[in-house]
Design a protein around this ligand. Structure first.
Ligand code: ADP
Ligand code: MN
Length: 284
């Protein structure tokens, strides 16, 4: 079943129970059946068939804790909560095909209520990368992956929103819900796959976007590279912002600039001085 097909199988009661389990994850990972009875006000014999159905749809995992079934939602369930919310908010009418699967996200094409295409990026901070992220951001030890994935979506939305409002070149964000961000579809290709006719101009656009992020939004991208820039009709869009950090982390700014300048030097022999570019970014 595709994500869209699964989403269409989730009815109002299923949705309510998934939402309840999700909100209880703020406190702990595994939610006991008795907690759900209490929280939803449903009787055990009403609740059990729904839990079984959600388990069979792979929207819940279960395990026995102290002799009682306990549940947690799966990534797919979190994606479905997001799809439903974006639908209710009239951002997303239909979900289409997957166009990218990264370490920590899945990127889909979707359609709005005018049947125009857009992008839906689902953040999926998996258990493997979870340890690293925790180390970098000093996240409290017992924080759940659902909570971290939702935070990443919020952070990415916040960055796109601020940089776009200040006229930087990023996809226009349309909305966020749970672990998903809906944004403008940039029908271009990644910088590393592009043969540029105007490399100087493209580099200038990237640097001016980084400058706007730094000065107006107090954000350093933190993962700037030829993989996180899309080029469309001679314009560069900087994507993939969830890991942004604040201006105190100057090392990250220097690393970002080093990275992108090295690419333009290697491929287009554009030779820019790192220190001068850093001064420009800082608005000096
Ligand atoms: P990650 O690298 O963390 O998986 P990205 O935000 O870089 O996430 O997205 C992964 C891929 O999805 C990109 O390389 C690009 O091909 C595609 N993509 C992401 N956002 C857009 C967008 N707004 N328009 C078009 N394609 C996109
Ligand atoms: Mn990326």
């Amino acid at each position: 079943l595709t994500l869209a097909e699964r989403a269409s199988l989730v009815g109002p009661l299923d949705y309510k129970i998934l939402k309840t389990i999700y909100s209880l994850h703020r406190n702990h990972e595994w939610i006991m059946t008795s907690e759900l009875v209490e929280e939803t006000g449903l009787r055990l014999n009403e609740l059990q068939p729904v839990l079984l159905r959600l388990y069979n749809l792979r929207l819940l995992s279960k395990q026995i804790i102290s002799g009682e079934y306990s549940y947690r939602i799966t990534f797919t369930a979190l994606d479905i909560l997001a799809i439903k919310k974006l639908y209710v908010e009239k951002v997303l009418k239909n979900l289409g095909i997957v166009i990218g699967v990264g370490k920590e996200s899945e990127v889909y094409v979707g359609y709005n209520f005018n049947d125009e295409p857009l992008i839906v990026k689902f953040h999926r901070v998996g258990k493997r990368s979870y340890k690293n992220i925790r180390k970098i951001r000093n996240i409290q030890k017992d924080k759940d992956w659902t909570v971290i994935s939702v935070e990443n979506a919020e952070r990415e939305y916040q960055a796109l929103d601020c940089v776009k409002k200040n006229y930087g070149y990023v996809p226009q964000p349309y909305g966020k819900a749970y672990n998903a961000v809906a944004m403008e579809l940039v029908e271009g290709r990644e910088l590393y796959k592009s043969e540029l006719t105007n490399p100087e101009e493209i580099l200038d656009q990237i640097l001016s976007t980084i400058r706007i992020a730094y000065n107006e939004c107090k954000m350093i991208h933190g993962d700037l590279s030829e993989y996180n820039v899309l080029v469309k009709d001679g314009t560069a869009y900087v994507i993939d912002w969830p890991q942004w950090s604040s201006p105190e982390n100057e090392d990250l700014l220097i690393r970002d600039i080093d990275h992108i300048l090295a690419y333009f030097y290697k491929k287009y022999e554009i030779d820019k001085d790192v220190d001068a570019v850093i001064d420009y970014i800082k608005g000096k």
